[in-house]
Write a protein that binds this ligand. Structure first.
Ligand SMILES: Cc1ncc(COP(=O)(O)O)c(C=O)c1O
Length: 372
C-alpha cells in the first residue's frame, strides 16, 4: 500500500527537537505528571499492575468518555493510541476501494493521505478565507454522490482555528442524511475556544456520526497518546475489530491518567488553563501581524493553539520555513504542508516567552530577507 509523505509530521519528527523555538505545535502546553496528579493519585500509579487491560479501553474510562456524548454509553466508545489511531481505525474499517470521502480542506493531512492510499477518492470542499474560513457547503453538496461513504470534518478546524456555525452543522447533517453517509468529525480542538463556549459535538444530531478526539490538543496531554472514537455501536465494534491489528490496546498508565483528566472538575481546570494561555498569546500574534500588515494577514483563530497566517512575500512557504529553521532556529509550519502555499501556521498554545522569542527571530529573518 503506497502512502504519500505526511509532510507536517515528517518535518516535526525531523526538526522539532533540533531548534531553539518550536512553534509547530497546535495543542496547549503540556503538564508534568507531578503538576497533574495528587500525591494519592501518584501512589496509585505506582501500584498499577501493568497488564494489557481491556483492549477497547478501560470500562471506567469509556464510561467517563461516554458521559460527554449525548445518548452514548461505554459500548459507543473505543479508546485508542492518540486520535491519529482513532481516525485510522475508523477509516480502515469503513472504507472500501472506490468509495468517496467528501473532505473539509484545509485539514490535518492524516485522513487525506489515508483515503487516497486506500484506493478511495477525496472530494474536497473548502473553508474560504473570504468568508472568515466558513465552509463552502454548496461545494460540499456538489461533491456528494452515491459513492460518498463519509463526510470528513475537523471542527474546530486545524489549521484555521475556525468553528462551524450551528446552521452550517445542520446543513452538513441534512446533506449527509440525503446520501445516507457517515459524518466523521474530528473534535480534538473542542474545549479551547477563546470565547469559552464549548463547540457542540455532532453526536446526537444524526445517527451516523462518528467523533474522533483525544487528549493531545485542548486537553494538553499529547504524550499520553490517548484518543478515542465515539459513535454507533456497529461502527465502534468494527473499529475494535481492526484495532486488534494495530496496537491491541492503549497503555494502562495513560488510561488511568486520562480518567483523572476527564473527571468534570479536572477537565474544566485543564481547559481553563489552556484558554487563559490562548487569551494571552492570540493578541501577541495579532499585534505582530498588525505590525507587518503590508505582508501578513490573519483571521484570528476561534479555538486551537494555532494561527493560520497568509502572506504576500515572493517566497514559497516550504522554502521560507526551511530557511527560517536553518538561519534562525525557529520551526513553524508551511502552508504547503496543508496544500496552501503563501500561508504559515504558527503554534500559539505554548509558553508565551517561547512565542515572543520565536516572533523576534522571525522579525530578524524578515528584515534580512528584505535587505536581500
Ligand atoms: C485534527 C487532528 N486530529 C488528530 C491529530 C493527532 O492527534 P493525536 O496526537 O491525539 O494522535 C492532530 C494532530 O495535530 C490533529 O490536528
Amino acid at each position: 500500500m503506497q502512502i504519500e509523505t505526511f509532510e507536517l509530521e515528517r518535518n516535526q519528527s525531523l526538526y522539532e527537537n533540533t531548534v531553539k523555538f518550536n512553534l509547530t505545535e497546535s495543542g496547549i502546553h503540556p503538564y508534568t505528571l507531578r503538576e497533574l496528579l495528587t500525591q494519592e493519585q501518584q501512589a496509585e500509579v505506582l501500584d498499577l499492575r501493568l497488564g494489557y487491560g481491556q483492549t477497547n479501553g478501560a470500562p471506567e474510562l469509556r464510561t467517563t468518555l461516554a458521559s460527554y456524548y449525548p445518548g452514548c454509553n461505554e459500548d459507543n466508545i473505543i479508546v485508542t493510541n492518540g486520535s491519529a489511531e482513532a481516525n485510522f481505525v475508523a477509516f480502515w474499517s469503513l472504507l472500501e476501494p472506490g468509495d468517496e470521502v467528501a473532505m473539509m480542506l484545509p485539514n490535518y493531512q492524516l485522513l487525506y493521505g489515508l483515503t487516497r492510499s486506500m484506493g478511495c477518492t477525496v472530494k474536497p470542499f473548502l473553508l474560504r478565507e473570504d468568508r472568515n474560513w466558513a465552509p463552502d457547503l454548496d461545494q460540499l453538496e456538489s461533491q456528494l454522490s452515491d459513492r460518498t461513504k463519509v463526510i470528513a470534518l475537523c471542527n474546530p478546524n486545524n489549521p484555521t482555528g475556525s468553528i462551524l456555525s450551528k446552521q452550517d452543522m445542520q446543513r452538513i447533517v441534512a446533506l449527509a442524511a440525503s446520501r445516507d453517509c457517515y459524518i466523521l468529525s474530528d473534535e480534538i480542538y473542542a474545549g479551547s475556544e477563546l470565547d469559552g463556549v464549548e463547540t457542540p459535538s455532532f453526536i446526537g444530531l444524526y445517527d451516523k456520526v462518528i467523533v474522533a478526539s483525544g487528549l493531545a490538543k485542548s486537553l494538553s496531554h499529547p504524550g499520553l497518546r490517548i484518543g478515542w472514537l465515539a459513535g454507533p455501536r456497529d461502527v465502534i465494534d468494527g473499529a475494535w475489530h481492526h484495532h486488534d491489528y494495530t496496537s491491541i490496546s492503549s497503555g494502562i498508565i495513560s488510561q488511568y491518567v486520562a480518567n483523572v483528566i476527564l473527571q468534570p472538575e479536572k477537565r474544566q481546570e485543564v481547559l481553563d488553563r489552556g484558554r487563559e494561555l490562548l487569551r494571552t498569546n492570540v493578541p501577541i500574534v495579532q499585534q505582530w501581524v498588525a505590525r507587518h500588515s503590508e505582508n501578513f494577514r490573519l483571521i484570528p483563530p476561534k479555538a486551537g493553539g494555532m494561527a493560520f497566517i497568509g502572506y504576500n512575500i515572493d517566497i514559497n512557504s516550504s522554502e521560507l520555513v526551511s530557511r527560517l529553521r536553518k538561519e534562525k532556529s525557529v520551526l513553524i509550519v508551511a502552508g504547503d504542508w496543508f496544500g496552501m502555499d503563501n500561508f504559515l501556521r504558527l503554534g500559539i498554545g505554548g509558553e508565551t516567552d517561547e512565542l515572543i522569542g520565536g516572533l523576534e527571530r522571525i522579525d530578524e529573518f524578515l528584515g534580512e530577507l528584505r535587505a536581500g
